[in-house]
Ligand binder design. Structure first.
Ligand SMILES: Cc1ncc(COP(=O)(O)O)c(C=O)c1O
Length: 397
C-alpha cells in the first residue's frame, strides 16, 4: 500500500492509481462459498495453499490473512526474540520493520541499489552485527533481488533469508520463483497486489518445521488440524500448544485467490504490456532526459510489474515531485509514492536515532519517485493519456 498524504489514489479519477481485475469467475467462486455454508478456513484454503505451493515450487504453503501475518509467523518460527536483530530494507512498507518489533527484535535498516531499489549483498553486509539473526529481502515492485550473492553472504554467516515477495507473484529468474530462494517467503494478496483476495497472504517454505509452527500459530497455537473440528472429518478435541494468533485465511478469500492464481500469468502479461508501452512512449514524448525509467528485466527474468516506479531528474525539471503529483491528479491521474523509507519515519528516528542521510541512496530515490498506474485493465489509450499529460507537466527548467 504505502499511500502518503497528498498522493492521488482516489478511485473516482479518470485513471485511478489501481483498479483490481475481478471478473465473473471470481464472483461465481465467492457465491459458491457463500452458499456452501462454510465461510471460514476450510477446503478452499487448503486448495489455495496447494495451488500456490505448486506455482512457487516450494515444499509447503501456509495461508494467512496478510503478508504482515506471514512475515510475523516466519520470524516467530525462526525463534527471533528480544535482543536479536534482523536486517531489513529501509526502502519498504511499514510491515517489514514492525514484524520485528512484534517479537521485541530490532530491525537494522539497510540501504538499496540506486537502480533496482533492492537491497544487495553489500548493503546487507554493512548492517550485520553480532546480534543479527536473519536477513529480510524485498523484491521491490516485482523485480527479483540479486539473490545469489545475498544467499552466499547469508550462508557464510549462518543466517536465514526471508523473502518479502509481497510484490512478486509471478516473478522469477531462471525459472525459480520469488519466495523459493530463501529459507521462507511471504506473499501478499492485498487489494492492490498482482494476485488479490482483498486481504490475504501466504508463507512458502521448504522447511517443515517453519510450516508446522506457522500452521499452529496462525490459529491460536491450537494443535495442527484444529480447524477441521467443525467438519465431518474433524474432532471436538483440541489442545492449545502455545499462545498463538488469529491469522487464518477465510474460504471466501481463498476462492477468489484460486481464480486469480489461474489468471496470474495473463494478468502479468497485461501489466508487462503497460510497462513496455510506458518505456517506449515516455522517451518518445521527449522526457528521456527529464525522468529515469525502471530497469527492464534481463534474460531469464520474469518481472511481476506490480509497480512502475518513475524517477524525476530533479535538477532538470521545473516542478517539484509534490507539484508533479498534484498536477497529475488535476489531470485525473492517480499516482502513489513507493516508498517513504522506514528510516525517515518518526518512529524509527525516535526509537533508533536514524537521521535522513544515514541511508542516502534510499532517501535520494524516494525524493524522486512517482509510481504510475499499472494494472491489467489499463488500456493502451490510458497509458498514452498518462504519458501525454506527463509530457505537459514535466518540463525542463
Ligand atoms: C513490500 C511489502 N511487504 C509487505 C506488505 C504487507 O502486505 P499485507 O497488506 O498483505 O500485509 C506490503 C503491502 O503493501 C508491501 O508493500
Amino acid at each position: 500500500m504505502s499511500i502518503p498524504e497528498g498522493a492521488n489514489t482516489r478511485p473516482t479519477l479518470k485513471i485511478p492509481f489501481h483498479r483490481p481485475s475481478i471478473g465473473p469467475a471470481e464472483r461465481d467462486a465467492v457465491m459458491e462459498v457463500l452458499e456452501s455454508g462454510w465461510l471460514t478456513t476450510g477446503q478452499r484454503a487448503v486448495d489455495f495453499e496447494e495451488a500456490v505451493r505448486v506455482r512457487v515450487g516450494s515444499a509447503h504453503a501456509v495461508a494467512v490473512n496478510s503478508a504482515t501475518a506471514a512475515l510475523h509467523l516466519i520470524l516467530e518460527a525462526l525463534g527471533i526474540q528480544g535482543g536479536d536483530e534482523v536486517v531489513v530494507p529501509t526502502y519498504t512498507f511499514a510491515t517489514c520493520g514492525e514484524v520485528c518489533r512484534y517479537l521485541n527484535a530490532r530491525p537494522r535498516l539497510a540501504d538499496v541499489d540506486p537502480i533496482t531499489f533492492n537491497v544487495t549483498a553489500e548493503t546487507i553486509e554493512a548492517q550485520l552485527r553480532p546480534e543479527t539473526k536473519a536477513i529480510m529481502v524485498v523484491h521491490f515492485g516485482g523485480a527479483l533481488a540479486e539473490m545469489e550473492p545475498i544467499l552466499e553472504l547469508a550462508r557464510s554467516h549462518g543466517l536465514p533469508v526471508i523473502e518479502d515477495a509481497a510484490h512478486a507473484l509471478p516473478c522469477s529468474r531462471g525459472g525459480r520463483a520469488a519466495g523459493s530462494w530463501g529459507t521462507a517467503g511471504a506473499l501478499s494478496f492485498y487489494a492492490t497486489k498482482t494476485v488479490t483476495t482483498g486481504e490475504g497472504g501466504m508463507i512458502v517454505t521448504d522447511s517443515a518445521e517453519i510450516a508446522n509452527r506457522a500452521r499452529s500459530m496462525r490459529l491460536h497455537g491450537l494443535s495442527r488440524d484444529a480447524w477441521k473440528r467443525y467438519t465431518g472429518s474433524g474432532n471436538w478435541y483440541y489442545e492449545i500448544e502455545d499462545a498463538g494468533y488469529k491469522y487464518n485465511l477465510t474460504d471466501v478469500a481463498a476462492a477468489i485467490g484460486l481464480v486469480q492464481l489461474e489468471r496470474a500469468e495473463s494478468m502479468r502479461l497485461e501489466r508487462e504490456r503497460v510497462a513496455r508501452r510506458y518505456a517506449a512512449a515516455i522517451p518518445a514524448a521527449g522526457l528521456g532526459e527529464l525522468v529515469e525509467l525502471p530497469a527492464m528485466p534481463g534474460p531469464g527474468e520474469v518481472h511481476a510489474w506490480h509497480l512502475f516506479p518513475l524517477r524525476l531528474n530533479l535538477d532538470r525539471v521545473r516542478l517539484t515531485r509534490a507539484e508533479t503529483i498534484e498536477r497529475l491528479g488535476e489531470a485525473g491521474i492517480g499516482t502513489s509514492v513507493h516508498f517513504i523509507p522506514l528510516h525517515l519515519h518518526p518512529y524509527y528516528r525516535r526509537t533508533y536515532g536514524y537521521a535522513p542521510d544515514d541511508l542516502p541512496i534510499a532517501k535520494l530515490q524516494y525524493e524522486r519517485e512517482i509510481s504510475l498506474p499499472i494494472y491489467p485493465d489499463l488500456g493502451d489509450d490510458d497509458v498514452d493519456y498518462v504519458v501525454a499529460r506527463l509530457a505537459d507537466i514535466v518540463r525542463p527548467r
